[in-house]
Design a protein. Structure first.
Length: 294
């Protein structure tokens, strides 16, 4: 469903005050950078907007592209240079799926950008009604729950084991591994039955041949059996063992299954420490025995 200009204004004026508390601030730039935003004008033309990380703004209509700029101002407003003009926008409502802005200190119809990945049919009426009727209904004690997206990303401030998950769209949440939309995040979340049941960390190591590998771990600072090597293509020794080094050059000897699952972890430093301790104990016992024999 698409609105006339007046209907759109009236609809948003009514619903936004009810959902405003669940909006993000514009300083959460990772939620709108590099996302496929669509603006539908009064003639039902789809204008494509892409906010790039280097602050270029790609604007496309029917394949004709203009390259402008965007900048987040100290007062939290968004300055947009559209080549033909520059406008200052303030945030009305902003989440992964919708970007509702209006001209600063003006009573014009809001400027609505739709995330095409999360709302493929561009139907903001259905989306907002679903959001209000279903998603908000499970917010409890002002706790912001986690939101799972169709592209297998997840956002929220309760990203812990046992955290509840809601859908950013009207589709069911598939069980499986989800990740943060932030490119530098090395954390993965296992979701089952709309609940985070496990958290994994992706850590980088190098083999003795200087080949980089990534291991999915249950702990961010410790390798354990049942962790596994991502994109496993290594050739192992006949005993299915491999020597790797972490970022601090700490050495591990791993035994690995044919599918990349780690079955045994031997920490060389712990092993050497054990040997040194054993030697010191043996020396001490030797001196003690010699002393007692006198």
């Amino acid at each position: 469903m698409f609105f006339s200009k007046n209907d759109m204004y009236n609809y948003l004026v009514n619903i936004i005050p009810r959902i405003k508390r669940y909006s993000n601030e514009l300083n959460k730039t990772e939620l709108f950078i590099d996302k496929p935003w669509i603006y539908v004008d009064s003639n039902l033309n789809n204008h494509e907007y892409l906010f790039l990380r280097d602050q270029r703004l790609i604007m496309s209509l029917n394949g004709i592209v203009k390259v402008g700029k965007w900048e987040l101002m100290p007062n939290g407003k968004l300055l947009v240079n559209r080549i033909d003009d520059s406008i200052l926008l303030q945030n009305l409502f902003f989440n992964d799926a919708l970007f509702v802005l209006k001209m600063s200190n003006a009573d014009e119809t809001p400027f609505v950008l739709i995330n095409q990945t999360l709302i493929p049919d561009l139907n903001i009426d259905n989306y907002l009604n679903h959001f209000e009727a279903n998603d908000i209904s499970i917010y409890q004690n002002d706790e912001y729950l986690n939101i799972a997206n169709p592209d297998k990303t997840i956002t929220g401030n309760n990203l812990c084991i046992g955290g509840k998950v809601i859908s950013a769209s009207q589709s069911d949440i598939e069980d499986g591994i989800y990740q943060s939309p932030m490119a530098n995040q090395n954390i993965r979340y296992l979701i089952k039955s709309k609940t985070i049941v496990n958290i994994y960390y992706l850590e980088r190591y190098k083999t003795i041949n200087n080949i980089e590998i990534v291991i999915q771990q249950k702990s961010s600072d410790m390798l354990r059996p049942e962790d596994f090597i991502i994109d496993y293509t290594l050739t192992l020794s006949p005993k299915n063992t491999i020597v790797i080094y972490d970022r601090t050059n700490k050495k591990y000897n791993l035994r690995v299954s044919n599918t990349g699952i780690i079955t045994e972890v031997n920490d060389w430093y712990d092993f050497l420490n054990w040997i040194m301790l054993s030697v010191l104990v043996a020396i001490f016992v030797g001196f003690l025995c010699a002393y007692l024999d006198k």
